[in-house]
Write a protein that binds this ligand. Structure first.
Ligand SMILES: Cc1cc2nc3c(=O)[nH]c(=O)nc-3n(C[C@H](O)[C@H](O)[C@H](O)COP(=O)(O)O)c2cc1C
Length: 385
């Protein structure tokens, strides 16, 4: 622990956590975490579009005693942020999803467990102090999906996040070249790269969870070793439609969040579907390459459906300033993917806590310098013309 805290002493930004994670985690997994699809145009556009949004500096506005607490899905949160679902998060650190969930809950923000996590729903539920959100991908085997929803209910998950933008997999070139497989399987070339990160090997390979905790032994075809793209093509349901959303809603009694909306027309359909919230997202630039930066889609969607359905945002958030930008353009909160993932790779649970703390402090200062005291008061007036 002392070593971890020492490593975090000079960390002042999410970028610092990213660089530290790069020193610790083997390349095959870093490539999986960092990559966008194809030419990575959308991955880059997500960041560019956010940084083009400028603030309006306000002074002498008496912005003391700021409050960063907010609500998401009607529940109080300490910060308008949630950890996004990340497949294979548990390959960044031993028992990674458990650590990320604990750090999120200690910071008072929601944690979302991916269908494609390394630790299972039951593993995380046993270690968590509060309910967490569960993210669902719809696969062809509806019996398995029904069982997964039942497992999420039994684990007392407080929301179901239905991801709708990955019925086919956008190709990430480096994953193909590295031979990333399901379950993760080390080839000789991978082994050599792993040998360069002995601390990671001792931690992750020495742990007991190394494959997809929610799938292993439950879904036919998940037991062999196949490439991620082949496996997704076989398992994921390409015929996914709004009827499936309805079907999922019938199985799940709690709040449903539809993740992966990037179009006003789709947002209107989502608002009519009875879901509690949408996540405006392009999957962190990992799916449709050539799509615009996700933040450029947010104002139009907020104008169209903001009074009908709660709007969350993700894709490219790396700072409290970015959270402020999304809130100003109509989001009630942001999901963050790579930011806590870097923290996890850098320093486990303490690293995720650090990522959340960095974002919290940045949001706080940005509120002060734009003259805003409460999260609920953040709107387009904080932006420069
Ligand atoms: C390595 C990685 C794995 C991901 N796995 C999932 C997943 O299993 N389910 C899902 O709905 N989204 C997944 N996403 C997308 C994230 O939930 C989120 O939309 C995205 O990371 C947000 O962009 P950001 O990383 O720039 O914050 C993944 C993203 C990354 C980077």
């Amino acid at each position: 622990m002392a070593l971890t805290l020492d490593a975090l002493k000079n960390i002042t930004s999410i970028e610092d956590l990213r660089l530290l994670a790069h020193r610790k985690v083997p390349r095959d997994f870093l490539d999986y975490y960092e990559s966008g699809s194809y030419a990575e145009e959308t991955l880059a556009a997500n960041r560019q579009a956010l940084s083009q949004i400028k603030f309006r500096q306000r002074v002498l506005a008496g912005a003391d005693n700021r409050e960063l607490n907010a609500t998401m899905l009607g529940q109080p949160v300490a910060l308008p942020v949630a950890i996004a679902p990340i497949g294979m998060m548990g390959m960044a650190h031993r028992d990674g999803e458990i650590h990320a969930c604990r750090a999120a809950q200690a910071a008072g923000v929601p944690y979302t467990l991916s269908t494609m996590s390394i630790c299972s729903i039951e593993d995380v539920a046993a270690a968590a102090s509060k309910p967490f959100w569960f993210q669902l991908y719809i696969m062809r085997d509806k019996g398995f999906i029904r069982a997964l929803i039942e497992r999420a209910k039994a684990a007392k998950c407080s929301a179901l996040v239905l991801t709708v933008d990955l019925q086919v997999l956008g190709q990430r070139h480096r994953d193909v070249k590295n031979g990333l497989t399901v379950p993760p399987q080390a080839r000789l070339s991978t082994m050599l790269r792993i040998a360069a990160k002995p601390g990671w090997a001792l931690g992750v390979l020495g742990g007991k969870r190394k494959t997809f905790g929610n799938l292993a032994g439950h879904i036919s075809g998940a037991d062999g070793i196949v490439s991620l793209s082949k496996w997704t093509a076989e398992q994921f349901d390409q015929a996914l439609s709004w009827q499936d959303v309805e079907w999922v809603q019938k199985q799940w009694d709690g709040p449903l969040i539809i993740k992966g909306i990037a179009d006003v027309g789709d947002a209107k359909l989502a608002a009519k579907s009875g879901a509690s919230a949408i996540v405006v997202s392009n999957h962190g630039g990992r799916q449709l390459d050539g799509a615009p930066g996700a933040i450029t889609q947010l104002p139009g969607i907020a104008d169209a459906v903001g009074s009908d359905i709660e709007i969350l945002f993700d894709s490219g958030i790396r700072s409290g300033q970015d959270v402020m930008r999304a809130l100003a353009l109509g989001a009630r909160g942001c999901l963050i993917g790579r930011a806590p993932l870097y923290g996890l790779g850098a320093a486990g649970e303490a690293g995720v806590a650090k990522a959340l703390d960095i974002i919290r402090r940045e949001l706080d200062v940005t509120m002060a310098l734009t003259g805003v005291k409460r999260v609920a008061d953040i709107d387009r007036r904080v932006l420069a013309d």
